[in-house]
Design a protein around this ligand. Sequence first.
Ligand code: IMP
Ligand code: MG
Length: 182
Amino acid sequence: MRDEMVEVLLPEQQIQVRLDELGRQIRADYAGKELTVVAILTGTVMFAADLLRRIPGPLRLDYIGLSSYHGTTKSTGELVVTKSLKLDVRDRDVLLVDDILDTGQTLVKARQMMEALWPRTLKSCVFLEKEVPHVGNVSADYVGFKIPDKFVIGYGLDYQERYRNLPYLATLSLKTPAPKAP
Ligand code: IMP
Ligand code: MG
């Protein structure tokens, strides 16, 4: 752990203020409707918990497991379904929630999985969007923050399953190993 450095990118307070706006906007857009939120594990735990508390009214929540990272800061390109959907979404207003839109693979795959189940409407919401090209130009309907192309941790996001519990978002860089003494 000691050879990893962190720098705060989004302090806790800034995240909470933005979530107030996002929650208001989503509730207004779905006024009079029951929302079915499908959050993608595991990175959305904090975001979904904080956001959903700001969306009053009828709402159902389910989680799906989709994993593309296997212990490094680079995607392997493979997506594995680690937990399938339990709720019915046919003819429902579905909002997919993910932690971060990076290459876009996860969102494309999650959208395909949902579309196959015939929701009435399908939108997506991500806590973060990295300012990089996304596959198929996929975009999210609601974006918490746009961030530069850096590896980030905290507020649910991990590096090798650690740091999810940080209440803020930080960048993580790996120190190059110190040269060996002759
Ligand atoms: P995508 O499929 O490349 O868009 O990546 C989405 C998934 O990759 C997210 O749900 C995260 O789990 C993971 N991911 C992408 N970038 C980061 C990062 O900077 N920090 C931690 N996890 C990330
Ligand atoms: Mg992850």
